[in-house]
Design a protein around this ligand. Sequence first.
Ligand code: ZN
Ligand code: ZN
Length: 409
Amino acid sequence: MKGVIMIIDGMADRPLEKLSGRTPLEAASTPNMDRIAESGINGIMDPIKPGVRAGSDTSHISILGYDPYRVYTGRGPFEAAGVGLDVKPGDIAFRCNFATADDDMIITDRRAGRIRSGTSSIARTINSMTIEGFEDVEIIFRESTGHRAVLVLRGPGLGDRVSDADPKVEGKPPKKIKALDGSPESRKTAEVLNRIVKESYEILRDHPVNTGRIERGEAPANIILPRGAGAVPHIEKFQDRYGLKAACIAETGLIKGIGHLTGMDVIDVEGATGGIDTDLESIKNAISSAIAADYDFLLINIDGADEAGHDGDLEGKVRFIERVDSILGDVMGDDIYFILTADHSTPVSVMDHTGDPVPIAITGPEVRVDDVKSFSERAAAAGGLCRIRGSDVMDILLDLMNKKEKFGA
Ligand code: ZN
Ligand code: ZN
């Protein structure tokens, strides 16, 4: 018996006047999702708890049965693991932007002209940096997609309570990074980071990639701006915790990072770029192969509905949900408990995550099928699962799979 959790990122929404009071999920034509609801048990889920506006990261952590209030230290560690860096507990990790600074260190472009190529060569240069006086701190740097990158500091006596360097607007210098808790560990991190920001400009200013960019009239990537500090947490491996061999199919570095940090096999899918233009056919094929392989558990995240929600793109969200529905026809198998849900609501009216609960449906050989006939926020609320929390999902799944220890005699 296998368990599959498929999370359609940010799919849940609120009723909209433009849709005559329906949600995008209610308005979308979703015959396959409806079939899952009809043949399964349904409910609504608060990813963390009622009214908490979950991030994608904290929600996934909660749904996988870990306590986000204990495990989640910031976005940095998950992003760093997501680009394949072998981060270790205690490392301090950051998200970074490649940006453009002028001779006075004023940021003139926070995304370095949306740089697309040459970043790996720039990253290698930063990777070889050492900071005088802090030779005990190893600097690990890796490019991500576009203008994004990750930075990891490894060494003794480092803390993660530090502010961001990113000024968030152009026309200002990088912000001076400060220790937020006044501890010697965070002070050391802040000092190292301030030096990295300043010295990144010195070593990148005349980097061959940048001289080429300047010649072509493009903004050079001559400084890095770290933010989102977090200490890499100790996380019990998924397989040790549940005895299930697990794989993860995700599009964004953030969710891949959760897969890596929980010890899952992270399956890269060519063309799965996130967003509404992603290659869903390739994702479907990857899901089918992973289900056919010898995994006991599969976590799937599909990103596009969240992006459409953030963009306030109602039509795009409805259409994307319909496209996701179209790949759901052939991925189900017999010996599978299949859970379809979202990690949070991203209402197009709000253009950000909200704390509204999300629908959840579970199909499988021995679920108590209820009377719900369609998959949506409101239809699901009438189902047999009633209202659960994200932290209940793994317990329910393991129980259905008969993998739970009895509590008591
Ligand atoms: Zn999300
Ligand atoms: Zn989002």
